[in-house]
Design a binder for this molecule. Structure first.
Ligand code: RM4
Ligand code: MN
Ligand code: MN
Length: 425
């Protein structure tokens, strides 16, 4: 754990500048009839889960270039997320990937989580790699495989993930299926879908009633001719078949370039089937870059749709699970995660500032320019002081990255852990 003095010392240094920016925003929002503290409270309540696999360098099939000090086991991954949460007060849970993060002593892990003010978010199954001594290979698929013994192995793995999750009080199983085909004719598409649907139903039936199954989609990679679950429509149809607690998960990097993701979000919320988000940034596809780093305006439009749906009482969508899903090769992973959470909160804050009454009026009257300008004006507003203030009020850092750097935290981790490399991709 980080000494709180480090955070306070940094905050003191930044306080005058921070107050200046906040005072300006307070006045600006007041003129628009927006109470700044109401927005700050909403930001404080918004928590983004950190995936255990983002704490090490990765995200490439080619070389990994670790800087050292990466977590060597689940305990150290929890410590890293604890550190992130201490700095930003907005990352109060960790997602696990099985078998990368099998808990050896569930009680000890629970205590460690508590000491770090964290909970377990989702458990993520992995049938995209073969594990050592596995009796059958997933080379030609897992839940969709032609052979029932392979499907059963993958089903049992998912059930096992739920068991691990139960031990740690998680309530969410996330399934991302790498199944697909690389060449025309390789796979019978309708049968592959049906087998997948049946496998998911078996897993779902073994889940406790208060659990949610999140079904992710992805248009390509690791297969390039067809993926069994390539798009939201397929995920949605599977959810409908599987059961009421099955929800679609949108991973920002799992779309072809120029896909209108905000429209997908709107559709799924309308159907009450949007379960959660994997945040990252994307240039070409599943690049897993820092959230908001490539297309910040698109990211804002997505959040605008999310907030609109969350604030509309006629929308019957369950609360969403927010998670970062990023892993790349060039930045310090903790700094990158702090940057991502900050981008998420800043964008959320902006979406909260949209004048929805005026926007609805412009839409109703087909005033295209005014509708667009309302969004553009909010997008251009610098909302960073709101996020800094939310963190400060919650006991975190005004500038988490500066505090991480100033406190020389990474070099402390390198001293402790050596030149370690975390599990992940
Ligand atoms: C996949 C997908 C999953 C993640 C794995 C590591 O592309 O995004 O959510 O668990 O990567
Ligand atoms: Mn994902
Ligand atoms: Mn992905």
């Amino acid at each position: 754990m980080l000494s709180n003095d480090i955070i306070q010392q940094h905050n003191e240094k930044l306080q005058a500048d921070h107050q200046f920016r906040l005072a300006y925003l307070t006045e600006l929002l007041d003129r628009k009839g927006i109470d700044i503290q109401t927005i700050i409270d909403k930001i404080k309540a918004f928590q983004v889960a950190i995936p255990s696999w983002a704490l090490g360098t990765g995200g490439t099939r080619f070389g990994r270039f670790p800087n050292g000090g990466e977590p060597r086991n689940l305990e150290e991954k929890i410590e890293d997320v604890g550190l992130i949460h201490q700095l930003n007060r907005s990352s109060n849970s960790i997602s696990l990937h099985i078998p990368w993060d099998i808990p050896s002593d569930a009680n000890a892990i629970k205590q460690l989580l508590k000491a770090n003010d964290l909970t377990i978010d989702s458990v993520n199954s992995n049938t995209f790699q073969d594990q050592k001594d596995q009796p059958y290979s997933y080379k030609f698929g897992s839940l969709s495989h032609t052979k029932s013994e392979v499907r059963d192995l993958a089903i049992q793995h998912n059930i096992q993930c739920v068991e691990y999750g139960k031990m740690l009080d998680s309530k969410v199983l996330t399934v991302w299926l790498a199944d697909g085909s690389n060449f025309p004719g390789q796979s019978h598409m309708r049968s592959a879908y049906q087998r997948t649907s049946d496998s998911l139903s078996s897993i779902y039936k073994s889940m406790p009633d208060d659990w949610t199954m999140l079904i992710e989609y992805k248009p390509y990679e690791p297969h390039f001719y067809s993926m069994v679950i390539p798009d939201w429509g397929t995920s949605y149809s599977l959810c409908q078949t599987v059961g009421k607690n099955a929800q679609v998960l949108v991973d920002l990097g799992h779309h072809l370039p120029n896909t209108n993701i905000e429209q997908i979000v709107g559709r799924l919320m309308h159907f009450g089937r949007l379960g959660g988000f994997h945040f990252n940034g994307s240039m070409y596809g599943d690049d897993d870059l820092t959230t908001g780093s490539i297309k910040p305006y698109q990211f804002f439009l997505i959040f605008n749709e999310l907030v609109d749906g969350m604030q509309d009482p006629s929308v019957k969508n369950p609360p969403l699970a927010w998670m970062i899903d990023a892993s790349h090769n060039t930045k310090d992973p903790i700094e990158d995660l702090l940057q991502s959470v900050n981008a998420i909160l800043t964008t959320y804050a902006k979406a909260l500032l949209v004048d929805r009454v005026a926007l609805a009026d412009a839409q109703e009257n087909n005033d295209v320019l005014r509708a667009e300008e309302l969004l553009r004006d909010t997008f251009m507003t610098d909302a960073r002081a709101l996020v800094a203030e939310a963190s400060r009020q919650a006991g975190g850092a005004i500038d988490p990255i500066a505090t991480f750097r100033g406190g020389k935290i990474r070099s402390g981790l390198v001293d402790k852990r050596g030149f370690s490399v975390a599990t992940g991709l």
